[in-house]
Design a protein around this ligand. Structure first.
Ligand SMILES: [Zn+2]
Ligand SMILES: [Zn+2]
Length: 276
C-alpha cells in the first residue's frame, strides 16, 4: 500500500491543510494540520505515528516547492503530548512541545501520554501481526521547548503560543492573530471537554476557558481549528468555553475526581502490562 492511502487531506484555507489518518477509526482520532508559510511549514499534531506522515506529505505534494527556493524547513508542534497527537512526532527532525510536557515526551512516558489503543480502532494494521497492545509513543527529544508568548515564525504567518492547561498540563493553543485563526488542540473542540485524565486540572481548565471567552470578546478569533472533529467559528467557541466554566462547579469536581481515579488506574495497568 502506498503512502497516499494511509492518510487523506483537504485544503481548508490558503496554505492550510487538514490531514486525517485513514487507518484509525476512533473518537480519539486527532486532526493533523499543516500550515505552510513563506519560510517555514508547521505540522500541528502528528497523529499516532503508525505510518510515515512526512512521506505522505511529500507524496501528496504538500511540501513541494512553490517559490523556487526549495523546500521549507518543517517543524512539528504538538498541542499536547497525548498519544493521539504526539505518536507521530518521532518522524520529524524538528519538534516543539510546551515545557511542562517535555519530560513526558523525552522519556516516552505512556502514562502521561494516556496511550489507549485497541485493535478494533486500527482498521488497517501497519504491519502483519501488529497488535495495539504493543503500541507506545516513542520518546522524542524536542528541539523547540515552547512557552506562553513564544512566536513561531513561518515567514508570512506567525503563530503565538498560548499556554492553556486544564485538559493536560502542557496544552497549548496556537494563535494566528493576523488571520484570526486558533489551533485549539484538545483545550476546546466541538464535543465534551475532557478534564479527568491524570494531569487534567479543573481550576486551570476554567482559567483557560476564560481566556478563550476573552479572545472571542476581543474579536481575535474567526476560525477554530480543533484537535478533534470539525472546525467552527467564534460563536461556538464562546458557547463551548463559557459552557465549561458554568458547569465546573463542586458537583462536577466531585464526579470528575472519581472518574479520574479510575482512568488513572486503568492507564497504569494498561501501560505496565505492555511495557516490554
Ligand atoms: Zn486528542
Ligand atoms: Zn488530549
Amino acid at each position: 500500500m502506498s503512502a497516499s492511502e494511509w492518510y487523506a487531506h483537504k485544503a481548508v484555507a490558503d496554505g492550510l491543510f487538514w490531514i486525517q489518518e485513514r487507518f484509525y477509526e476512533s473518537g480519539n482520532r486527532a486532526n493533523i494540520w499543516l500550515l505552510r508559510g513563506s519560510h517555514q511549514d508547521v505540522v500541528i499534531d502528528a497523529g499516532l505515528g503508525l505510518r510515515s506522515l512526512p512521506e505522505y506529505l511529500s507524496a501528496a505534494g504538500l511540501l513541494g516547492d512553490t517559490s523556487g527556493r526549495g523546500r521549507n524547513p518543517l517543524l512539528a508542534v504538538a498541542t499536547h503530548v497525548h498519544f493521539d497527537h504526539s505518536g507521530g512526532l518521532h518522524q520529524f527532525a524538528q519538534v516543539g512541545v510546551h515545557k511542562a510536557e517535555v519530560d513526558a515526551l523525552s522519556s516516552g512516558d505512556n502514562y502521561e501520554t494516556v496511550t489507549w489503543l485497541s485493535d478494533a480502532e486500527v482498521v488497517r494494521a501497519p504491519a502483519p501481526g501488529w497488535r495495539a497492545s504493543g503500541y507506545r509513543v516513542k520518546a522524542v527529544q524536542p528541539t523547540h521547548i515552547l512557552q506562553e508568548g513564544d512566536v513561531i515564525n513561518l515567514g508570512d504567518k506567525q503563530l503565538t503560543v498560548l499556554h492553556m492547561p486544564g485538559h493536560s498540563r502542557g496544552s497549548i493553543c496556537l494563535h494566528d492573530k493576523e488571520n484570526k485563526m486558533l489551533f485549539s488542540g484538545d483545550t476546546v473542540y466541538d464535543g465534551s471537554m475532557i478534564d479527568w485524565l491524570p494531569y487534567s486540572k479543573i481550576s486551570d481548565y476554567v482559567s483557560s476557558c476564560e481566556r478563550l471567552v476573552q479572545l472571542v470578546d476581543d474579536g481575535q478569533v474567526e476560525q477554530v481549528l480543533p484537535g478533534h472533529f470539525n472546525t467552527f467559528g467564534p460563536k461556538r467557541l464562546h458557547q463551548l468555553a463559557s459552557g465549561y466554566i458554568s458547569k465546573a462547579g463542586a458537583c462536577h469536581r466531585f464526579s470528575t475526581c472519581a472518574v479520574k481515579s479510575i482512568a488513572s488506574l486503568a492507564l497504569r495497568v494498561s501501560n505496565s502490562r505492555g511495557a516490554c
